[in-house]
Design a protein around this ligand. Structure first.
Ligand code: FRU
Length: 509
C-alpha cells in the first residue's frame, strides 16, 4: 500500500491561507485601532442638571468629530470621594489627558497635581482647584459673571427711589464659581451706596437648598428688591418661594447660566420669571479642542476664558434665535455622525465578507494546488509500479521457461525409459511425475496444445525415426522397440505423421 506524506507545498499553502485569514480578520482596514486612539478622560462632578448634560453632550459631539479620539466620561455623582477615585482611575488607565470639573476646589487639588506630575496633563473646567498647578483652565470668568450681575442691578439705581435691597443666594461653599461670583458681585455692589446686600444664603447649586432659608428671610423682611442667584435653577426656586408669599412681581430675580432649554435661563427671562441671567457657557467642545491642542504640543494659554454676557428681555429672543441655530447645526452634525457610523458598520460587514471570500479563495487555490500535486505524484508512482510489474513478468517468464524445460526433460526421460512398453499408461506417467491425471493432462495441453497420449506417441514416433536413421534395426524391431503393439500400427501412425512409410524413410531418410 502506498502512503503519501502530505506534501510540504500543501502544508505551506494551508499555512499561508491561515496566516492570510488571521491577518485579514484582525487588520482594521480604514478603521483606527483602539491602541492608536487618543484617550481623553473626563471627570465630571455630577450630571444632575441640564447645564452639566449640555457640557457632556458638547464634549461628546466634539470628540466624535475626531475619529482618533476616545472620550471616557466618569460621573462623580456630586461625591468628592468618588471624584478622587475617578481621577485615580483615569491616571491608572494612562489617559493621554484628563479634564476635570471639580465639585470642590480644595479636596481635588492634590490629585490634579499628582496627574500632572505623572506626565498626564490636566485641564480644569468650570470650577477651579486651589492652586494653579494644572495644565490649563477653561471656563468663563466667574468674577466677571458676578460683576455683570452687580452692574445690571446698579444700572437701575437712577430709576429707583431709595436704596436697593438685595439677597444673594450663593453656590456651594468651597466651589470656585460660588466664591468668585460672589467676589465680583460684591466688588460692584460695594461701589454703590444705594446697593445693599441685606441677606445671603449658602446654597449648594440645587433648588432645594434655597427654599427654607429664603422663606425665613421673606418672613422677616418683605422689602427685598433683588435676588441674585448664582444659577438659574436656584433663581427659579427663589421665585417659587416669592410666589408663595405673593411677592414674585415685586422682587426681581437674576440668575446665571442662560441655558436655551425648557425652564432654562432664556425661557425664564422670556417668561418674565427672571429679569436677567448671566450667560455662562459650559465650554464642553472648547475643552476637547484645547485637549487636542495640548497633546499636539501647540502653544496654548494657561487660562482660557470664555465670553459671558447679560441676557434680559432686550436680547433674550436674539440669543434664543442664535442658540436655536447652533442647536440645529449640532443636531444635523449628530444626525450625520449617526449616518456615518451606520455606514461604517455596513462597510465593516462588507469588509468582513470580502475577507471571508478571500480566505475561501485562498483555500480553494491551495486545494487545487494540492490536487494537482497529488495527481502528479500518483501518476509518477503508477509508472514506477508498471515498470516494476513488467520486470516481474519478465522474471516470471524466465522462471517458467526454466521450469518448463525441466519438466519436459523429466517427461521425455520417463517416456523414453518406457519406450518399448506399449502398456505404459498415462496414469503411470502422471504418478512418476507426482501429478494427477488431470493435472498432467492440463499441463501438457497448456504447454504443447495436445493430449498426453498424443504427446507420448509423438515421442515414440520421433524415437522410431531416429532409430530408422541411425540403426540397422528393421521396421518390426523399431516398432517394438518404440512400444508400438504391431508393425502395421507403427507404419500407419508413422505415415500419418510424416507422410511417408517407415520403409520409405529408412531407404531414404
Ligand atoms: C451646574 C452648575 C451651574 C453652575 C455651575 C457652577 O452643575 O451648578 O448651574 O453655573 O455648575 O460650577
Amino acid at each position: 500500500m502506498l502512503i503519501y506524506r502530505k506534501p510540504d507545498i500543501v502544508r505551506f499553502s494551508f499555512m499561508l491561507a491561515s496566516l492570510m485569514l488571521t491577518g485579514l480578520l484582525f487588520s482594521c482596514t480604514g478603521l483606527r485601532k483602539e491602541k492608536d486612539k487618543i484617550k481623553i478622560g473626563f471627570s465630571q462632578g455630577m450630571t444632575t442638571d441640564d447645564w452639566r448634560k449640555q457640557m457632556n453632550k458638547s464634549m461628546r459631539l466634539e470628540a466624535s468629530l475626531h475619529d482618533d479620539v476616545d472620550l471616557a466620561i466618569l460621573d462623580a455623582d456630586d461625591d468628592v470621594e468618588k471624584q478622587l477615585t475617578d481621577i485615580e482611575t483615569l491616571i491608572r488607565n494612562r489617559s493621554d489627558i484628563i479634564i476635570v470639573s471639580p465639585i470642590q476646589s480644595r479636596p481635588l487639588t492634590a490629585v490634579v497635581e499628582k496627574s500632572v506630575k505623572a506626565g498626564i496633563p490636566v485641564i480644569v473646567i468650570d470650577r477651579k482647584i486651589e492652586n494653579e498647578r494644572y495644565t490649563a483652565y477653561i471656563g468663563a470668568d466667574n468674577i466677571e459673571v458676578g460683576r455683570n450681575a452687580g452692574r445690571y442691578i446698579a444700572s437701575v439705581i437712577p430709576h429707583h427711589e431709595g436704596g436697593i435691597r438685595i439677597v444673594e443666594i450663593k453656590g456651594l461653599k468651597g466651589s470656585s464659581p460660588a466664591y468668585e461670583r460672589s467676589l465680583g458681585f460684591r466688588q460692584i455692589v460695594n461701589r454703590f451706596e444705594k446697593l445693599k446686600v441685606v441677606a445671603s444664603i449658602d446654597g449648594n447649586w440645587e433648588s432645594e437648598s434655597v427654599k427654607a432659608p429664603l422663606r425665613n428671610i421673606l418672613k422677616q423682611d418683605k422689602d427685598i428688591d433683588y435676588v441674585f442667584c448664582h444659577n438659574d435653577r436656584m433663581a427659579l426656586s427663589a421665585w417659587e418661594v416669592a410666589r408663595e408669599k405673593g411677592v414674585e412681581n415685586k422682587i426681581k430675580f437674576i440668575g446665571v447660566d442662560g441655558l436655551n432649554t425648557r425652564n432654562g435661563g432664556i425661557q425664564l427671562v422670556q417668561d418674565k420669571v427672571l429679569q436677567a441671567t448671566i450667560f455662562y457657557p459650559t465650554g464642553g467642545n472648547e475643552a476637547i479642542k484645547l485637549a487636542l491642542k495640548i497633546l499636539n504640543k501647540d502653544p496654548v494659554s494657561k487660562n482660557n476664558i470664555l465670553g459671558t454676557t447679560v441676557i434680559d428681555s432686550v436680547n433674550a429672543d436674539i440669543m434664543k434665535n442664535q442658540l436655536d441655530k447652533i442647536d440645529l447645526q449640532q443636531a444635523s452634525i449628530e444626525n450625520q455622525l449617526h449616518k456615518l457610523s451606520e455606514q461604517e458598520k455596513k462597510y465593516a460587514t462588507q469588509t468582513n465578507l470580502i475577507k471571508i471570500l478571500t480566505f475561501s479563495l485562498v483555500l480553494i487555490l491551495s486545494l487545487a494546488l494540492y490536487s494537482i500535486y497529488s495527481t502528479y505524484v500518483i501518476s509518477k508512482k503508477k509508472k514506477l509500479l508498471e515498470l516494476q510489474s513488467e520486470k516481474i513478468t519478465l522474471q516470471q517468464n524466465e522462471i517458467e521457461k526454466i521450469t518448463g524445460q525441466e519438466f519436459r526433460t523429466r517427461l521425455d526421460t520417463i517416456i523414453e525409459q518406457h519406450l518399448d512398453n506399449p502398456q505404459f499408461t498415462v496414469e503411470e506417467l502422471a504418478q512418476r511425475l507426482n501429478l494427477s491425471r488431470v493435472q498432467l493432462y492440463r499441463k501438457i495441453k497448456g504447454m504443447f496444445g495436445i493430449s498426453v497420449n498424443e504427446y507420448i506417441s509423438g515421442i515414440r514416433l520421433e524415437k522410431s525415426r531416429e532409430m530408422l536413421r541411425k540403426t540397422s534395426l528393421n521396421i518390426a524391431e523399431v516398432a517394438y522397440a518404440c512400444g508400438f503393439s504391431s508393425p502395421n500400427y507403427f507404419s500407419t501412425s508413422f505415415k500419418n505423421k510424416y507422410g511417408i512409410t517407415p520403409k520409405e524413410y529408412k531407404n531414404n531418410p
